[in-house]
Design a protein around this ligand. Structure first.
Ligand code: ZN
Length: 344
């Protein structure tokens, strides 16, 4: 249990309650301060607890809109159990339009947190030791931020445990996006330092998303986030009603893109200005031109070509065009009608 973060109301109260997580803080301008993070709980009777989280990365606004809209629209009579909503975790980053906190901290790399660390680490600790343990499932809403644009999707990390994998697929597909992306574990990263990685290892239900990005939230992407969030809450049986698949809703069947291959990630080979030549959802063959890097100091020289390293469908393209060598400019992989068709 955290000793440095508290909720301004009792999360066990029934009905709709809102307030703040109050995090001990001390700044140059104000000692003994508390950093406030808005939190809403909607509770009615017995049932599961589902945690809805937006704004892990500050410049990913689609999920923040969907979580805020849910906080506005959900009433206790619609709930069977408890929905706890934190529309924006990385408040300071969001207010500055940044992915990271002002000190450069990536909130999605500091779990399980530190109750004696900075505000972000205290918040991560509170999530890890106070909120995740009382949750049956977590819905975490990301998008591409300024740097990338994802085909709006929910996604997961492939598990070698068949039973766990099947449950993760069911949770992922409940978000009802047209595409689902399957990733390997992130190389060089302890998975439990990631919010969803920790939640998954705690055995909780989990939905994670990437709902567009490139620094803009459109009506369409926010609608995808809103609709998906509602169906995921139905899937976890925390709101009243019946979850429906895409097909049951008369939509096209989902597409599953396998990003596990070593040639999925495409990196900038030079610094410059990256031009997307292909877009999300496009299928490419190995060797196809997918982008160009322009040297804007020497625009008369030929642009550097970025070629597809394998065949497949583009799931992620570049957002903000300025790139340094080593930046990811595209991620693609073969697409399937079902994860059951994936190679082992
Ligand atoms: Zn993110």
């Amino acid at each position: 249990m955290s000793n440095t973060v508290s909720c301004s109301f009792d999360l066990n109260l029934s009905g709709k309650n809102s307030g703040y997580l109050k995090i001990g803080d001390s700044t140059n301008n104000s000692g003994w301060a508390t950093f406030h993070v808005p939190i809403i709980s909607i509770s009615n009777g017995n049932g599961p607890t589902v945690l809805v989280l937006g704004g892990n990365h500050g410049d990913e606004y689609e999920g923040q809109f969907a979580a805020a809209n849910l906080a506005n629209s959900l009433s206790p009579d619609m709930v069977q159990g408890r929905v706890i909503i934190i529309p924006c975790l990385s408040q300071t980053a969001s207010k500055f339009g940044m992915r990271l906190w002002p000190d450069g901290t990536n909130f999605n790399r500091i779990f399980p947190g530190d109750e004696n660390g900075g505000v972000h680490k205290k918040l991560a600790y509170y999530l890890s030791y106070d909120l995740f343990p009382i949750a049956d499932a977590v819905v975490e809403l990301h998008s591409g931020g300024r740097g990338h644009y994802f085909v709006p999707c929910s996604h997961m990390v492939w598990s070698s445990d068949l039973k766990q994998r099947q449950r993760m697929i069911e949770d992922m597909t409940s978000f009802n996006t047209s595409h689902h992306l399957i990733f390997p574990e992130q190389p060089g990263t302890d998975p439990t330092t990631l919010l969803p990685g920790l939640v998954e290892r705690m055995g909780k239900g989990l939905v994670t998303t990437e709902l567009g990005g490139a620094g803009v939230s459109t009506f369409e992407t926010v609608q995808i986030a809103t609709d998906g969030l509602r169906n995921a809450l139905l899937h976890f049986k925390v709101i009243k009603g019946q979850a429906l698949s895409r097909v049951e809703q008369g939509l096209t069947p989902p597409i599953f893109i396998d990003m596990r291959g070593s040639h999925s990630y495409h990196h900038a080979t030079h610094g410059g200005l990256y031009e997307n030549v292909k877009g999300c959802g496009d299928r490419v063959e190995k060797g196809d031109l997918i982008g160009r890097i322009h040297d804007m100091d020497h625009p008369d020289t030929p642009a550097v070509q970025i070629l597809a390293q394998q065949f497949g469908m583009i799931g992620v393209m570049r957002g903000f065009p300025r790139v340094n060598i080593g930046d990811v400019v595209a991620v693609l992989g073969p697409d399937y009608a079902s994860p059951d068709d994936f190679p082992a």
